[in-house]
Structure formats: structure tokens, C-alpha cells
Design a protein around this ligand. Structure first.
Ligand SMILES: NCCCNCCCCCS
Ligand SMILES: [Zn+2]
Length: 343
């Protein structure tokens, strides 16, 4: 399987995130991508290519222009205030506060952020746009007739909504790739999010649409991040009613429960008649993940890949989460190798 990778990911290296009441070193580190790339090479998964530049147009097909312009200028405006530390919000535009977009960068940082774990740094814009190019280059391959591709995307994307960043995500790589597949003639595209955390951003982007089916298997938002989206009764709205499926599972759920939810999701994808599949591939479902609470073992990721291959769809994998850095390479490549073995 082809891997698309850009060294520009290294430019996103936040120093701290506020988590569980204290500032900790960021979990979303460059070493994650390094370990995945090393495993891709070591396991001889296939060629590794650099992305083609696609510019801002595909990003603006999915994200709000004001948000994009904010991300493009945030660091420069933040550092002009004499600040050289990561840009993080200090409050949120919460219920009954004015919803107008603030003028000042400090206010915009609060307006366009979902949490305080997604630091904007000097290299964020370059890293996030390169990550989109990685995903789009993978989509290009599917459009060109290839069966599958792995977009080694970092920073990840599935928590980024139309107009806000969060969960270590700035641009929604998987959603932008799905939109590109739609724009290049694929009439029905499914996005399946297997990350431990609900893909709130991807759901937000496609919630009112019936041409992109969104499905997510994740830790129950009653106790798990992102808390405020990802419930089973969120089924889409308007045109999109019936084209959104959430499978929240209790923290600590066993592997067979997880695979049962996967089989239910795969059935919906087949019923939808998808012409292509985008997988938001987070491996923080791993039993040893430091911030998540499912039980998948490294061998289970082979089974995941094999189940996905059974759909016999052109498939683009976009890397999302996975914070147990040592095993991340084998966990990710096991999915891809499992897929290949059944293709
Ligand atoms: N106590 C857990 C806090 C989680 N904070 C953000 C998690 C983002 C996951 C991205 S896949
Ligand atoms: Zn996650």
C-alpha cells in the first residue's frame, strides 16, 4: 500500500496542553509520525511519497473562511504581542455570551478553539496545510483508480469542525479528502472514524448531507472527550437525517463489543452503497493508550484491517490519534497489512 508522508509535520510541536487540571507535555508529538513511518518502512508496506501541493481551495470547500484566515495569521499576531509561548485560549464563548467574532487575536483564539489542548505555534499553519496535502494526495490516488492509500497525516484532523480547532486538530484531513472524492465524481462517500474519541469535527461538517455517510465508534461521551457530541441519537439533520451513525461504547468495553459495533457500521456502509471509504484511523483504542480506555491488542488491528477490506471499496486511511508512542507503528501498520492481506 502506498504511504503519503511529509516531514513538515515536525513543525507542529506544541509544548504543553492543559489536561486533567494541569499543564502537561503534549501527547500529540512528532515522534508519533516518526514511529509510524519507521514501521511502514520496516514492514515493507510499500512506497512512501511526498504530497503534492493543493492550495487553499480544497480546505475552503470544508472550512469557514474566517477560521482559515485566523489560523493563517494567528501565530504572527500572537507573537506581535510579545508572546513566544504556544497560543492557547484562556476562555470560551460559552452559552449566552455574544457569538460575534472578536477582532483581537486573543478573542479569536477563544472563539475558534474547542479546548486548550491544541496549541497554535510558529509552525502550525505549515504543518496543518501539509497534512491536508498528504490526505489530498491520497485521495488523488483513489481518484486515479488505486485501491487504497495511507495518508500519514499529522497533525490529525477529526476533531476539527467547519470553524474550530480542537483535540490536536486544525484542518479536518479526512473530511477534506472525502469532499475531494465527491468533487471528483464519487457520488457517495463513507467516512468511518475508528479513533477512541468521537469525530465531532467530521460529524459537524457532514451532518446535514446525504452524500457523505459518517460513522463513528468511540468512548461514550457521557464520560469521554469530547463530551458534548457523539451520542447515539445524533442521526443527521434535514437532508442528512439517517446519514450519521454514532456507536458510543462504555469506557473499558471489551474487544468483542468493539468489533460488534464495527460490524454494525460496516453493514450501514454497504447499505449506503458507498463508492469510496475514508477511514479516520486512530489507534488510541489500543489497550495501552495513555489517555483512552478501550482494550484492543496489537493483533486486533490486523482483524480491523481485514474487516475493512471485506467492503471491497477504494479506501483512504488518514491517521488520527494513538498516543502510546512505542506500539503506534505496529498498531497502525497492522491495520494496513491486515487490509492488504484481504484485498
Ligand atoms: N483526559 C483526556 C483528555 C483528552 N484531551 C484531548 C484528547 C484528544 C484526542 C484526539 S484523538
Ligand atoms: Zn482519539
Amino acid at each position: 500500500m502506498l504511504t503519503i508522508y511529509s516531514d513538515s509535520h515536525r513543525l507542529q510541536h506544541g509544548r504543553s496542553e492543559l489536561i486533567d487540571g494541569t499543564l502537561k507535555p503534549c501527547f500529540e508529538t512528532p515522534s508519533r509520525a516518526d514511529m509510524v513511518l519507521a514501521a511502514v518502512r520496516q514492514r515493507d508496506l510499500g512506497d512512501v511519497v511526498h504530497p503534492r501541493r493543493h492550495g487553499l481551495e480544497p480546505i475552503l470547500r470544508v472550512h469557514d473562511e474566517g477560521y482559515v484566515r485566523f489560523l493563517e495569521t494567528a501565530w504572527q499576531r500572537w507573537s506581535e504581542m510579545g508572546r513566544d509561548y504556544d497560543a492557547l485560549p484562556k476562555m470560551w464563548q460559552i452559552r449566552r455570551l455574544r457569538e460575534a467574532v472578536p477582532e483581537h487575536v486573543e478573542g479569536q483564539l477563544c472563539y475558534y478553539s474547542m479546548d486548550c489542548g491544541t496549541p497554535i505555534t510558529a509552525g502550525t499553519w505549515q504543518a496543518a496545510t501539509a497534512s491536508v496535502d498528504v490526505a489530498l494526495t491520497g485521495a488523488d490516488r483513489l481518484i486515479g483508480g488505486e485501491r487504497a492509500a495511507f495518508a500519514l497525516t499529522r497533525p490529525p484532523g477529526h476533531h476539527a469542525a467547519r470553524d474550530y480547532c480542537g483535540g490536536y486538530c486544525f484542518f479536518n484531513n479526512a473530511a477534506i479528502a472525502a469532499q475531494a472524492l465527491r468533487d471528483h465524481g464519487m457520488h457517495r462517500v463513507a467516512v468511518l472514524d475508528v479513533d477512541y474519541h468521537h469525530g465531532n469535527g467530521t460529524q459537524d461538517i457532514f451532518y446535514h448531507r446525504s452524500d457523505v455517510l459518517f460513522l463513528s465508534i468511540h468512548g461514550d461521551p457521557r464520560t469521554e472527550y469530547p463530551f458534548f457530541l457523539g451520542f447515539a441519537d445524533e442521526k443527521g439533520d434535514g437532508e442528512g437525517l439517517g446519514y450519521n451513525f454514532n456507536f458510543p461504547l462504555a469506557a473499558g468495553s471489551c474487544v468483542s463489543t468493539w468489533f460488534f459495533a464495527l460490524d454494525c457500521a460496516l453493514e450501514q456502509i454497504a447499505r449506503f452503497g458507498a463508492e469510496a471509504l475514508v477511514v479516520s484511523l486512530g489507534v488510541d483504542t489500543f489497550e495501552g493508550d495513555p489517555i483512552s480506555r478501550f482494550q484492543l491488542g496489537t493483533p486486533d488491528f490486523v482483524t480491523l484491517g481485514a474487516r475493512l477490506a471485506a467492503l471491497k471499496l477504494p479506501t483512504l486511511f488518514c491517521l488520527e490519534g494513538g498516543y502510546a508512542v512505542g506500539p503506534i507503528g505496529d498498531n497502525v501498520v497492522n491495520v494496513l497489512a491486515g487490509f492488504e492481506a484481504r484485498s
